[in-house]
Write a protein that binds this ligand. Sequence first.
Ligand code: FES
Ligand code: MG
Length: 588
Amino acid sequence: AGTTSAGATPAEHAAGATGRRSGAWFAAEGRNGFIHRSWMRNQGFGPEVFDGRPVIGIASSWSELTPCNAHLRDVADAVKRGVWEAGGLPLEFPVMSLGETLMRPTTMLFRNLMAMEAEETIRANPLDGVVLLSGCDKTTPALLMAAASVDLPALMVTGGPMLNGKFQGRDLGSGTDVWRLSEEVRAGRMTPAELSEAEGCMSRSRGHCMTMGTASTMACVAEALGMQLPGSAAIPAVDARRFALAQAAGRRAVALVEEDVRPSAVLTREAFENAIRANAALGGSTNAVVHLLALAGRVGVPLDLDDFDRLTTEVPVLVDLMPSGRFLMEDFFYAGGLPAVLRELGALGLLHGDAPTVGGVTVREATGEAPCWNREVIRAADEPFRPAGEGTVVLRGSLCPDGAVLKISAASPHLLRHRGRALVFDRIEDYTAVADDPDLPVDADTVLVIRNAGPRGYPGFPEVGNPPVPKVLLEAGVEDIVRISDARMSGTGYGTCVLHVAPEAAVGGPLSLVRTGDWIELDAAARRLDLDVPADELAARTPAPPTEPKPERGWARLYTEHVMQADRGADLDFLVGRSGDAVPRHSH
Ligand code: FES
Ligand code: MG
């Protein structure tokens, strides 16, 4: 090979000419360059891979403990094909994985840890760009937050939803039907044996939840933000087209490096507005609110809780998917997926069509002519599934001065304006222990209050905000009551559940002052949630203290000392913003 005029090897020369970040490692001379290249060659790479081609990291949240992401190594293989094809060098690496179904106390305790770990791994390594492989709920926002804070060219490939569940001749939706079937058993309408059989029928293929829960919501949100290739969010995990899409994403990752398109150029205020409106049109998860606020904080886009209400007052729910409706993600894909929804938003004048996507086309170019093949699943803008304003609304009032959210499409219309007496539980476990008690003092008007389930108080901001309706009420035919908490709710959940009350009880929010028997007034149309107790009486009350001891070590300690409230996306205060990709110092 020899050396060139400046004494550089061909590899150094090429890296220098293209100015690649990875060249600082792989084009280095002497001992450091030897170390960077030699150990990589133990994987069977020849010297030509260090010729200055873009090095594309594939950040994989694969894990057998995250069943929704357990197929991501196969997806990574398809991404690699695309990277090689476009002349890049793909290098797959693991990042922390967060599986909703197994992790305790809640994956949300770890979203910021995963984001931090992925951010540091991306920055510390010789990468020019990165493909983010996610699936289960928190893995998508965590990787987006990481990529935004490093701001290297990046795009996301979600793993895709499972095929529709099939049981006793009908469809079963992930999560949503778990709540429903377990209530059927409690009410004596289904046997435990049938419930056991349903387990295998609900989750019958690889992929994430196939309801419009948090995983599908965040996959669509990533696409609406422009961070996934257009049309990719809804492709089932097992569909061959997902792997073709992953290969295309690999090719695009190389192009993004060559064009120097960074997340900061994609994640604009317009992109966030598109994502917020898309979520409303999808009847998507309340968790998207928290994740988008956190992501906006990373890129420095001004966004607050009230934006979610203001931007969606004119957005009808266009998609008839569980938990708000009937269908599932497989149906949604066949009907046209997110592009068909964005086209309708465009027709309503509620889409920023000029927003870029990682696909190299604008949102308008990607969706302007998108076909819809099933108007039962994806409705036309003039014949919506639900009228405008029935997505997630933001409440204010004496019980939630910094806001709370309520997903109207998952609530019962007759409870949207409601006055009832509080029944208060300091710990969710205190309630679940008595939920089936025939003597529980409740009626259809009771307002169930669960506190100390916020970011700081639980700790970790778990999905316990839709606790089961008391059995005594279920047996009397009452299927829903107003529930209020500082917790979150699973994206697959439903019910008249006021969530994310801020400030939370554990930091002394008004929720900590409520007593059983107090009158609480909810008025969703007026966006109000009030504790109807005279101010002087409230002032004389002592707040209920936090129930959990302060964690003394480890992540939980760092988390509880720095986590912000729900209205700030529950990110850590010191993770707001970005540090870029620079690493000035050597390791050897
Ligand atoms: Fe992983 Fe629902 S449990 S996506
Ligand atoms: Mg969930």
